[in-house]
Design a protein around this ligand. Sequence first.
Ligand code: SF4
Ligand code: SF4
Ligand code: SF4
Ligand code: FES
Length: 955
Amino acid sequence: MSLDHEPMSLIQETDYGTPRAKSDKTVTLTIDGFPVTVAEGTSIMRAAIEAGIKVPKLCATDSVEAFGSCRLCLVEIQGRPGTPASCTTPVAEGLVVSTQTDRLKKLRRGVMELYISDHPLDCLTCAANGDCELQDMAGAVGLREVRYGYDGANHLGQAKDESNPYFTFDPSKCIVCSRCVRACEEVQGTFALTIEKRGFASKVSPGMGESFLDSECVSCGACVQACPTATLSEKSVIEIGTPEHSVVTTCAYCGVGCSFKAEMRGDELVRMVPYKDGKANRGHSCVKGRFAWGYATHKERILKPMIRARITDPWREVGWDEAIAHTASEFKRIQAKYGRGSIGGITSSRCTNEETYLVQKLVRAGFGNNNVDTCARVCHSPTGYGLKTTFGTSAGTQDFDSVEQADVIMIVGANPTDGHPVFASRMKKRLRQGAKLIVVDPRRTDIVRTPHVEAQVHLPLLPGTNVAVMTALAHVIVTEGLVNEAFVRANCELDDFAEWAAFVSEPQNSPEAVEPFTGVPAADVRVAARLYATGGNAAIYYGLGVTEHSQGTTTVMAIANLAMATGNIGRPGVGVNPLRGQNNVQGACDMGSFPHEFSGYRHVSDAATRQAFEALWGVPLESEPGLRIPNMLDAAVAGTFKGLYVQGEDIAQSDPDTQHVVAGLEAMECVVVQDLFLNETANFAHVFLPGSTFLEKDGTFTNAERRINRVRKVMAPRNGLADWEITVRLSEALGYPMPYKHPSEIMDEIARMTPTFKGVSYAKLDELGSVQWPCNDKAPEGTPVMHIGGFVRGKGKFMITEYVPTDERTGPRYPLLLTTGRILSQYNVGAQTRRTANVTWHREDVLEIHPHDAEQRGIRDGDLVKLASRVGATSLRAVVTDRVAPGVVYTTFHHPVTQANVVTTEFSDWATNCPEYKVTAVQVTPSNGPTEWQDSYEEHARRSRRIDIHAEAAR
Ligand code: SF4
Ligand code: SF4
Ligand code: SF4
Ligand code: FES
């Protein structure tokens, strides 16, 4: 294996026993003769461990509050009677504490003896041997013998629960310390575990005595992480053995950007352990990042380049040299025949910043045009446009920590417990502490009511009416005198504000006036507006339910207007926060993946920026924006666009109106797909370049809070090259050399050319762990919260948000509205998660339909139904549920066999072309099999995936 750095040892993080105290005041005490100064409220245990003094412990761990049940951490305090537990006793000024006395040693040995007398003595063959706190504590307290036999009552014969695909539960090893139960409650917020019964009979129970799989458990792994014994163990550790070295890296799934320790044994990944110092996740994880990494070695992964003349031919495996030379020659041929603008590229929001930057550089400097776009086109492009216009920066305003200071949380068109689970856990924690919740969503998402959390207001608006509801909220704020005038006067363009205030005050924008078409009771809108404007720090979090509309940009602006009008911007606890979908969608946008912008959101027509790039890259650059993805496809159908380089995107599955996408791809002469698997787009490709996983390369991802996190290589690329190396080789073959030797050099160029990244380097990221852009001379350690003391654009700009109903209307033929979303266990097009045990939870996409609509159509729960719109039809199973309102149906888009996008339409956001995935007029009818489209697509896909493994040998 070749790594760019020395293999590391196993990173061991200190467990301080109890959480960090937040007080600014300090107290000084003496522990074992040493003076120790800590924050007020710190436990004696934590104070000792911070000072390097080890205190034996079992039931305490620093991810959850102290519980005080094991009695192992006892200490003596001068002048106080007894032996208090150090985990539950806070420090006080002047205390004199002893952690090691003969009396304590004797007591601890007695405690440990009792534990061990009811524990299997199979340490040598136990999967946790060497990684078990019980074993460590037996050694730490000097336990050498156990006087009690195993003949009496014990817990040793209990059956294992193997139901979860990723971890086992072996109750015979459980010491009932309750760390798992508390982790599930406090860290994850699911409350799936309880301690059942009392005394000797007490035991950990998922749900009401169910198996883990049948319980409410969402497989986040927090309990496994917290367990001090082998009771809860990863199956991968049992199969492979304990890890021996680890590297800190970043999850490659969603925009939360969780940090993990990739723990390895040799070159095999044993487990992913959430990293406590990770500033986005603070030691927590979800089922995807924690467990769903097996796709990296899945047998369907393609490891050799392949080419073919026609998309109906079988693939032919070739070497890298031939694949690159063939691609370059095809692109050159096409440009010679059809012109420089006849080819383009799509960058990947799954790849690193460095890789994305290189693809857009290849297009601009190597292809000589601006035909580069990214999947943000189909998700958060309205965020970029809307927030840049109003605030001056195309990104969210806060860090994730900010939610801990929010008093009111408004979630608009987002489903964080499924889409951004680790951040949702932090949000739920704040809500359990008393923050108020407003949910604006057509569906009753899980967060509307979850254990110990209930939304004060849920506004179940009809899909497509976001702008009307947001403007109605503004109407209440303005007409009821709830505007923060001092903030507006000091920070915003006053003429724009006055015009906006007059507009939102118009009677047609009142909650009562919009109720008939939004479906939201006016009284609830009024309650929500008052709560948002007067409830203290109010923060808005929003998702694709805002952006993927014909008025996506308008809704983003309406949200920004609300934050400015109430002064909820520019400090912790407030702000406007897009929950960005893919791991590096923020980064892909930052890196200049759009046809009109260089890195740092600078327009290609800006002469100074363009000249700076021309000087560095040594080629003239186009000053006119290039083609967006939908324009590329339109131009392909029209016969003027003939070649496409797609890195790590699956536009045939993820983009709307599948039949149009397919027509565009079929019309091209050279489609090059660079990916891990033969995805749906590859069915229409002529060249397949095998991609590398996040485990196989160095680089950075930028998460939803603008945090730049390091991605570190833990194993050599199984396909031979990291994705950035493939782009470098292709560029060279096209006659534009890019002589980078390591991704750090690409980041150095990004920093040199991008004002918001000026202070970013791998050295700084290694030193600080991560930084949030802007990171430059003014903010050398990054910017957690933006717009403090004034907006980036100078004065905040209120925008008029006229509600224009979408052209997509229901009618007699298509009377229902379809909206789409995600599910926790699957990720986007599912290429990775479908190739893991996550399919246990979601084997197929289903259609949620309200009981009333189902009954009218004679549809029962579980029936196969046909979902049809004016552009296409597909069949899938129905789930009858009142989570959706009457008139609304909902599905996910994770499985190619369903291809939900066969029914989504060509309508898109007026400003950015972001497709209107969230509103499609449909009809649902009983069905008895796949639709014609599904059958013909499946037949094409089956033929297209053939690989002629003998072709290379025969040549
Ligand atoms: S895996 Fe997560 S959700 Fe499941 S029981 Fe453990 S902590 Fe709770
Ligand atoms: S399963 Fe582990 S964490 Fe939970 S009570 Fe048992 S030993 Fe403690
Ligand atoms: S929340 Fe997102 S980044 Fe974190 S582990 Fe889950 S998928 Fe990965
Ligand atoms: S660690 Fe303090 S009582 Fe268990």
